[in-house]
Design a protein around this ligand. Structure first.
Ligand SMILES: Cc1cc2nc3c(=O)[nH]c(=O)nc-3n(C[C@H](O)[C@H](O)[C@H](O)COP(=O)(O)OP(=O)(O)OC[C@H]3O[C@@H](n4cnc5c(N)ncnc54)[C@H](O)[C@@H]3O)c2cc1C
Ligand SMILES: NC(=O)c1ccc[n+]([C@@H]2O[C@H](COP(=O)([O-])OP(=O)(O)OC[C@H]3O[C@@H](n4cnc5c(N)ncnc54)[C@H](OP(=O)(O)O)[C@@H]3O)[C@@H](O)[C@H]2O)c1
Length: 262
């Protein structure tokens, strides 16, 4: 990447600084960034950007893990990122250190928010792979969910147990939401004593996730957000249709909606 200390910031981006970095695995990390962007709501994402060695801007979408009303204020953003060895930006973000400069999209966006969930939903299911647990952690911190939903289920599917991140935040959600909250981890590439093994669509079809949380996943009171690997989003959407749920559209309310990460 090019030296960015003295570059002109292009439209749509603001300057940010890395405040903290947590390395979960060699490839998986969290960045805390100071940047003055417009206000966001839980579940949304913004862009992170750097200049490449040809002097071109490379920008990609990353979801905020922290709730906008967290203790450090809206200018303190946290992101959970996996470095893809073949990718242009994510390995460069993994190379950043505290104090380094990067660029952040001024205008957050995204429709995977609480506002978009139809009023008839009393059970919220959030199904994620890999870093897509991030926006759901932000939603879990929203004070409104305890009143709004009778049950809240978070499913996090990863390849190895070392990628089961943010256990402190999940513990906080358990304390805040009590019996309403259910967390299910899925580890696909090794055995893990407190996780299901396999993939989300099959585990839903066999009823194993439902059995673990003691809830049925049924229309009309359930609403499901699916986020992460596009193949998982596709396969899970097909499974939910098989289970009798319907795709949610603004013009035709239903039971599930999704966000693809690539
Ligand atoms: C709404 C949204 C939110 C997101 N939030 C997060 C988040 O919170 N955390 C996170 O880690 N990621 C998130 N992502 C993914 C993120 O935006 C990037 O896509 C990811 O980090 C990879 O970017 P990259 O520049 O490193 O890889 P890229 O350079 O974009 O490449 C990605 C992969 O695709 C392949 N590839 C790229 N271009 C081509 C091509 N032309 N032909 C064939 N193969 C190609 C590469 O080999 C590589 O394996 C999100 C994406 C979206 C859409
Ligand atoms: N995680 C790593 O160690 C690692 C290391 C280097 C680079 N990367 C790259 O980073 C990117 C993201 O990796 P990631 O590990 O966070 O996410 P990922 O590859 O999407 O894997 C996360 C979880 O999603 C599951 N999954 C994949 N396809 C699915 C489908 N069609 N239906 C249901 N579940 C499915 C995986 O199961 P399976 O295990 O059964 O596929 C795994 O449990 C990828 O491009 C990857 O190549 C990852």
């Amino acid at each position: 990447m090019a030296n960015i200390e003295n570059v002109l910031v292009p439209n749509g981006l603001v300057e940010g600084r890395v405040l903290a970095k947590k390395q979960w695995t060699e490839k998986l990390f969290s960045l805390e960034v100071a940047a003055s962007i417009e206000s966001y709501v839980a579940g949304q994402f913004t862009k992170l950007g750097l200049l490449n060695s040809d002097g071109e801007w490379v920008r990609r979408a990353y979801s905020m893990v922290n709730h906008p009303e967290h203790a450090y204020g809206q200018d303190h953003l946290e992101f959970l990122i996996i470095a893809d060895d073949n990718g242009q930006l994510s390995p460069k973000l993994n190379d950043l250190e505290v104090g380094d400069k990067l660029f952040v999209g001024k205008q957050p966006s995204g429709f995977m928010t609480l506002e978009e969930i139809p009023d008839y939903a009393t059970a919220l299911w959030m199904l994620s792979t890999g870093t897509a647990i991030g926006p759901f952690l932000s939603i879990l911190e929203d004070d409104s969910i305890a009143k709004r939903f009778d049950s809240i289920v978070l499913v996090h599917a990863v390849r190895t147990q070392s990628e089961l991140v943010y256990s402190d935040s999940i513990e906080c959600a358990k304390n805040a939401l009590g019996d309403k909250f259910h967390f299910v981890s899925v580890v696909s590439r090794e055995a893990h004593p407190t996780s299901l093994n396999g993939r989300i669509p099959e585990l839903l079809l066999k009823g194993e996730v439902q059995k673990q949380v003691g809830l049925a996943l049924s229309a009309p009171d359930s609403f499901v957000y699916i986020c992460g690997n596009p193949a998982m989003v596709k396969d899970t959407s097909e499974t939910l249709l098989e289970l009798g749920l319907t795709k949610h559209l603004r013009r035709k309310p239903g039971n599930f909606a999704s966000e693809n990460y690539w």
